[in-house]
Design a protein around this ligand. Structure first.
Ligand code: SIN
Length: 486
């Protein structure tokens, strides 16, 4: 696919128009696999954000009054167009994000699935009636859209983390402003073009690219914005919570994770290795739900560790467009520095590399952002890798001997997004699933994410749920009407 087939959009979508930054400013988008510049994108700030908010507020009345069927039809058309353009969108994504093309195709379908789901679920925003305490009253519960909703989205899933918010927000009758990550604005802007083609009215979906703190500053101080949904780091989530406090803006936060992955002595080891690979290597280890701390029962440790290391060694690392590549580059130099620091800190404290453990030089034309899929034996609690999210293709392993100990170790984290475990014992399965302090539990499943289920965390992994029927509560207000019959 050549550059003109990709149809790179570099302007912002405000009120149905494609606009440049008022001062003509742009920023660069870089291909992380090659370090080459792909595009110059509008560097918008507070005034353009204000215009987008005004456009969304102006479009709200009409959009919120439409029927759910009407909104659903347009949203389904948008998802159909995403599937029609799956190949093109995947190319754009691999170019700006680096993930292998097959994963980018998969993410495009995953992204469309959130819109398909929301388009249907919007028809089921049921109200309630409550028996009143006097015979001349009736109590009705209405579920109504919130108003103007903003979403701040990350670079690791440049399409899916947008549609996961946009689909339900629009299906419930809200209007939206999306602020994509600076590293990956092109996928977001391509979605904007498809939304217009699908017939989404002007102002219902707006996209602003530029400096995150400037744009967020306007989003949180403008009283027209009634809700912000954010996916990103816990560190930034805490800053946004403070900003939201001034205007009591509703928030959903999907923040960092540090997922434990437990292999019990009765586990199907091949299935556990396959689940570990799927969870750990997705997007080169750059997902919030990635398995990050592997606890393996001492009776099966050697079998699991050697099979995992062999599977890791067999992976093809390279540029996402190259044939057969399974692991792409990390997003930037900071990401590489963090992975290197985690591995060297673990080694300096007594851990041992079983495979990988180094930066790869892939030669002419490739950036220095490729890290070998790595297995580290013997991590301990004082190591950085034990306490912080690595966000790279590194699997640190540790032995355990009792269920109680491993549950305590798994829960010993400020994070609570996803956890995984493998066992063939049904009673243990239920006991462990209940004991893990996480919002998502993969029980014999390394890939639990799906649009039907309520994705989200507990503790410092945030709050709010995305997906399933539960997400619709994030984008509606409840109102009760106490009706005196007179
Ligand atoms: C994430 O990394 O935040 C999302 C991953 C997923 O949807 O499974």
């Amino acid at each position: 696919m050549n550059a003109s087939d990709l149809r790179i959009q570099s302007r912002n979508l405000i009120g149905g128009q494609w606009v440049s930054a008022a001062d003509g400013g742009t920023f660069e988008v870089i291909d992380p696999a090659t370090d080459r510049r792909i595009a110059q994108v509008a560097d918008c700030g507070a005034s353009e954000t204000r215009q987008a908010i005004d456009a969304a507020a102006g479009a709200y009345l009409d959009w919120s009054r439409r029927t759910a069927e009407d909104r659903g039809t347009i949203l389904r058309r948008m998802a159909d167009l995403m599937m029609r353009d799956q190949q093109r969108l995947a190319h754009l994504m691999t170019l700006e994000q680096g993930k292998p093309l097959s994963e980018a195709r998969g993410e495009t379908a995953y992204a469309a699935s959130f819109i398909y789901w929301a388009a249907e679920e919007g028809k089921r925003l049921y109200g309630e009636t409550i028996p009143a305490s006097s015979s001349d009253k009736r109590i009705l519960i209405l579920r109504q859209p919130i108003g103007v909703v903003a979403a701040i989205t990350p670079w690791n899933f440049p399409s899916a983390m947008i549609t996961r918010k946009l689909g339900p927000a629009l299906a419930c009758g809200n209007t939206c402003i999306i602020k994509p990550a600076e590293q990956t604005p092109l996928s977001a802007l391509a979605l904007g073009e498809l939304a217009i083609e699908a017939g989404l009215p002007a102002g219902v979906f707006n996209i602003i690219t530029g400096d995150s703190s400037t744009i967020a500053g306007e989003l949180f101080t403008n009283s027209l914005v009634r809700k912000v949904s954010f996916t990103g780091s816990t560190e930034v989530g805490k800053i946004l919570m403070k900003q939201a406090a001034d205007h009591v803006v509703r928030l959903s936060l999907e923040l960092g994770g540090h997922a434990p992955f437990i292999v019990f002595d009765d586990a199907d080891i091949d299935a556990a290795v396959a689940g570990a690979m799927a969870s750990k290597l997705r997007n080169s280890g750059q997902t919030c739900v990635c398995a990050n701390r592997f606890f393996v029962h001492e009776a099966v440790y050697d079998a699991f560790a050697s099979r995992l290391a062999a599977a890791m060694q067999s992976l093809k690392v390279g540029r996402g467009f190259d044939e057969g590549v399974q692991v792409g580059p990390l997003i930037d130099d900071n990401a590489i520095a963090k992975v290197e620091q985690h591995v060297s800190d673990a080694l300096s404290r007594g851990a041992r590399v079983r495979t990988g453990g180094k930066l790869l030089d892939l030669g002419e034309g490739c950036s220095k952002r490729f890290y070998a899929p790595t297995v580290v034996d013997g991590f301990t609690p004082e190591m950085k890798i034990s306490g912080e999210e690595t966000f790279g293709p590194v699997a640190p392993l540790r032995r355990f001997s009792s269920d109680d100990d491993v549950i305590a170790m798994a829960n010993d984290s400020p994070y609570g997004l996803a956890a995984y475990f493998y066992t063939r014992d049904a009673s243990r399965l239920m006991r462990v699933a209940e004991a893990l302090e996480y919002g998502i539990v993969g029980a014999n499943d390394g890939l639990p994410s799906t649009p039907q289920a309520p994705f989200g965390g507990v503790k410092q992994s945030g709050f709010g749920r995305e997906g399933g029927r539960h997400v619709m509560h994030e984008y509606t207000n409840i109102k009760y009407v106490s009706w005196g019959l007179g």
